[in-house]
Design a protein around this ligand. Structure first.
Ligand code: NAD
Ligand code: GLY
Length: 359
């Protein structure tokens, strides 16, 4: 099985890349997982995969149970966390027990947060089932929930003990969620790795047809890029912020659209917007902007769409939790494979960029 090691000292872990759940129990044995486990999932993923995973665990001798909360970002809340913690108590989890997060980014962020606070912190593993969670949220240890209309405003850094990626789970994913996940994959290419960016551009047919071998290859390089950044700056004191490329305007667009457009597609819009700012500053040329647009279109992104008035989007940007001393941080491309961070983007540049992605 393909593996990648994330080197974070005592919090190091492996990411496994495969096309089934056949090696899950073996992977749990390798990390000396405890016998008492709780699979946390959502109501969409439960009927698809929870039974298979639970049966495999029980047959291998684990005392495992399933807890599902209602699917959807609107349930990424403290109420759901209390539900998960309640299930931990009812299933008799102690300080040595483990939570398995089986699902997309919402499941991973919430199961991880519950694991971070239950009995002051128990172990958990990530079994991501969306492209977004397989390419971004399951790696790096950020966990949390939304609160008072702010995304991910309550949370904790809590690294998983293992990430088990079964790319075949993507076969049941709604196409719109696949597009969303590709936003983060394209992002990783642009910020860090021109060769990977070319790979995703040139292999779009195989990737879109969900060819397992190609998806495993893509996933491994993609997670390697994220892991490398996290290894250098686990708690986001500097470098890790480059992972927010496209997110400052993207997040604000997502909020202004009332979450009717997926996170990844909004990140795509955000990447277009900041790339336009980079063109106007002479950091990249028009051809590079065109190249990014082509790649996003190849993966069925809308690179422009009807958006609420720029004032409204700008207003949401002011609530960004990454704002420091009143200044928003922007990540601008300097070429495919490299970016820079700055806090000096002007209001006019932001308004022009929003106009550029508005239809
Ligand atoms: P999600 O978890 O809501 O999943 C999207 C939808 O797909 C849901 O309806 C879910 O039930 C369904 N689903 C999941 N797997 C499926 C499968 N295999 N087949 C069919 N349906 C399936 O959303 P997401 O896009 O995976 O993640 C978004 C979340 O991730 C956001 O809350 C975001 O804040 C968070 N996030 C966290 C990080 C991090 O570093 N922790 C990074 C990026 C995003
Ligand atoms: N998704 C951004 C990060 O993990 O830092």
């Amino acid at each position: 099985m393909d593996k990648l090691h994330v080197n974070l000292g005592a919090d190091s872990y492996d990411i496994c890349f495969t096309d089934s759940f056949d090696k899950l129990t073996e992977s749990l044995e390798e990390i000396n997982a405890p016998k008492k486990l709780l699979i946390v999932t959502d109501t969409n993923v439960e009927p698809l995969y929870a039974k298979e995973v639970n049966t495999r665990l029980v047959e291998a001798g684990y005392d495992s149970a399933v807890y599902a909360f209602k699917a959807g970002e609107e349930n990424k809340s403290m109420d759901s966390i209390l539900g998960i913690c309640g299930a931990c108590v009812e299933h008799g989890l102690d300080r040595k027990s483990m939570i398995l997060a089986l699902g997309g980014g919402v499941v991973g962020d919430m199961a991880g947060f519950a694991a971070a606070i239950y009995m002051r912190g128990i172990d958990f593993i990530q079994i991501p089932t969306t492209l977004l969670s397989q390419s971004d949220s399951s790696v790096g240890g950020k966990t949390g929930i939304d609160f008072m209309e702010s995304k991910n405003i309550l949370g904790a850094f809590h690294q998983p003990k293992l990430v088990y990626i079964n790319v075949n789970t993507l076969k049941t994913l709604p196409p719109v969620e696949f597009v969303s996940g590709m936003g983060e994959v394209v992002k990783h290419g642009i910020i860090r790795d021109a060769e990977f960016y070319r790979f995703i551009k040139e292999n779009s047919a195989l990737i879109k047809s969900l060819d397992s071998e190609t998806l495993i290859k893509m996933s491994k390089i993609n997670c390697g890029i994220k892991a490398n950044v996290v290894e250098q700056d686990e708690k986001e004191n500097g470098l890790r912020a480059i992972l927010n490329f496209g997110h400052t305007i993207g997040h604000a667009a997502e909020s202004s659209l009332n979450f009717t457009v997926t996170h990844g597609e909004c990140v795509g819009l955000g990447m277009m917007a900041v790339s336009k700012i980079a063109v106007s500053r002479g950091l990249i040329d028009e051809a590079t902007l065109k190249d990014i647009e082509e790649t996003l279109r190849e993966y069925d992104f809308r690179v422009r769409m009807p958006l609420p008035p720029a004032d409204e989007i700008y207003g949401f940007m002011q609530k960004d939790k990454k704002k420091a001393n009143g200044k928003l941080k922007f990540v601008l491309p300097v070429k495919i494979g490299d970016v820079m961070q700055t806090r000096d983007v002007t209001e006019k540049e932001i308004y022009d960029a929003i106009e550029f992605i508005s239809e």
